[in-house]
Design a protein around this ligand. Structure first.
Ligand code: DHE
Length: 514
């Protein structure tokens, strides 16, 4: 009898809810029933890769400051919080889809934008404007690069990533968010023009040299997506091998300005893609003869189609040389092995050299400059405290410059003898920016913000000043004199992740990322 009573009591006790049920009850209204995002960000494993699990537990328990994420610590038991956390880190099955129809349905456009004045509605040099991405509270600040004052501040999509991209006149800027949103913003009128959700987990966007095309690189779904300048879908390109048997995440897309093409890096396939937006692009298929008549305006089959360079190893992060004929790439390290640096010639469509850079070079942040008549590339390294300097003709390693710790970013300017780099991947040296003499190839000075993270610099249009990020929630944009390294001013900002000078970007200044 007694045993039976116990059994009934156990049956009647409320069963703890599963992570899935808790999610539908507490989270789905903001983060989407399929965890693909809504008012709140997507909560898929791909989206959470950069959030450590204890941090996720703390956010569920205590909420997130400066956002609408409430604290659930009072409503949910510790076991329920753990179940929720485990659920959002597990893959969503079936894998969420994001079709061309979904992309089109997400598109919004301000039809009046064509009538907005074609000149800045504020008084400052539009070419010396800085666009500053503030990751702390997901805002963007526009800073006058002569007076170092904030002209305007507006809310951005959640978690922008990669450099914003500009149209060649510097009027429009395109932002990409990790959750797949692309926003087109009119800097002269301080208004949003268009938005679209290109994917569920996006890496970055590129804008064509003529400002007519925008391409997005996605991890989820595994594709690249082409838009026109108003973010209307043109077509999507599933990231698949030619026979369709294998697929890949798309690591990044960059504009190869002189080639009038986008170059696309694939994370899981040993291929590099080039997609031309030149209507007269060379035909792609070997043996194909295009019956082209003089004056004919028809695009060739090379136009907006994939031109593949087959490689031995996938090529992830990369840098173009000055001619844009060569791509200098690294692959993320594979299990039990290091990364393989490679030089690929886009014209002959082949790897032509090994790149002697050990560790994990962050080539996307590389810069180029001239020393003793030779063009050099300098790249930071995510794993080691060193800057690798490579000759852009012989592809040989010229020097390894030791820094206090591994870093993410590097910047210089043609008018400055110095390049600046951070050590933000090192807990001990994240507070130090190292200043490198480009001729001596040595660290000649440092600036520090003891105990804080100091990273990502950008020069003013004339190379006279350097703006750096005090990368904290109550952070700042710090302005230094580029010759004396003395601080001039600081503007409070909420974790200013990156900053981009309009002129340096549209003129493809050699010291900045492209
Ligand atoms: Fe980035 C640019 C890849 C993590 C901040 N990052 C880029 C680009 C690539 C890239 C391919 C160039 C795209 C462009 O500008 O169009 N980033 C990666 C990674 O693979 C990595 C290591 C892992 C990941 O999860 O994506 C990574 N990146 C980070 C961060 O953790 C950073 C520091 C903080 C954040 O907000 O995500 C970060 N990445 C940035 C920034 C740029 C960037 C600020 C633009 C740099 C520039 O000056 O142009």
């Amino acid at each position: 009898m007694v045993g039976l009573d116990y059994a009934r009591a156990a049956d009647e006790a409320p069963k703890p809810l599963s992570g899935a049920a808790l999610y539908q009850q507490h989270c789905a209204s903001c983060h989407g029933a399929e965890r693909t995002g809504g008012m709140g960000p997507a909560l898929l494993p791909e989206s959470l890769e950069r959030l450590r699990k204890p941090e996720a537990l703390a956010v569920i328990r205590s909420g997130r400051a400066a956002t609408q994420m409430p604290a659930f610590g009072a409503q949910l038991s510790e076991a329920e919080i753990q179940a929720l956390q485990a659920f959002v880190y597990a893959p969503q099955l079936p894998v969420p889809r994001w079709s061309d129809a979904d992309i089109q349905a997400s598109h919004s456009f301000e039809p009046d934008s064509a009538r907005w004045p074609a000149r800045p509605q504020w008084s400052a040099d539009p070419m010396n404007l800085f666009v500053v991405v503030e990751g702390g509270d997901h805002h963007v600040s526009l800073v006058d690069g002569d007076r170092f004052e904030v002209l305007h501040r507006f809310a951005s999509r959640f978690a922008l990533h990669g450099g914003p991209k500009f149209t060649p006149d510097g009027r429009y800027v395109f932002f990409g968010s990790r959750d797949g949103w692309i926003s087109k913003y009119d800097l002269w009128n301080l208004k949003l023009v268009a938005e679209v959700r290109a994917g569920l987990n996006m890496r970055n966007v590129a804008v064509s040299a003529d400002g007519r095309w925008v391409m997005a690189a996605n991890y989820l779904p595994r594709n690249a997506v082409l838009f026109d300048a108003d973010l209307q879908l043109v077509r999507s390109y599933p990231a698949q091998s030619r026979d369709g048997a294998q697929s890949s995440r798309v690591s990044a897309v960059y504009d190869a300005t002189p080639r009038r093409s986008f170059v696309v890096a694939l994370k899981d396939l040993p291929e590099l893609w080039e997609i031309s937006y030149d209507p007269k692009a060379e035909p792609i298929h070997e043996g194909y003869v295009h019956d082209y008549k003089m004056g004919e305006a028809l695009p060739t089959p090379g136009y907006q189609n994939i031109r593949r360079t087959l490689l031995e190893e996938p090529l992830d992060d990369f840098f173009f040389d000055d001619s844009y004929a060569h791509v200098l790439g690294s692959a993320r390290p594979r299990e039990g092995g290091g990364s393989l640096g490679q030089v690929v010639n886009l014209d002959v469509r082949k790897k032509i050299a090994e790149l002697p850079i050990p560790g994990l070079p962050h080539l996307g942040s590389g810069i180029s400059f001239t020393r003793e008549g030779r063009r050099l590339l300098a790249s930071p390294n995510l794993k080691d405290g060193r800057i690798s300097v490579v000759d852009l003709k012989s592809w040989q390693l010229v020097r390894e410059i030791v820094t206090p710790g591994p870093g993410f970013f590097m910047r210089s300017h043609a008018q400055s003898p110095y390049a600046w780099t951070d050590s933000m991947m090192s807990p001990a040296a994240k507070d130090t920016l190292s200043i490198i003499d480009k001729q001596r190839l040595e660290v000649v000075a440092q600036v520090r913000e003891p105990g804080k993270t100091l990273a990502h610099v950008e020069f003013t249009k004339d190379g006279r000043y350097v703006l750096a990020s005090l990368w904290e929630m109550d952070g700042a944009l710090i302005v230094y004199d580029a010759r004396t390294f003395k601080e001039l001013k600081r503007l409070p900002m909420s974790k200013p992740v990156g900053k981009y000078n309009v002129w340096n970007k549209i003129s493809r200044e050699e010291g900045t990322s492209h």
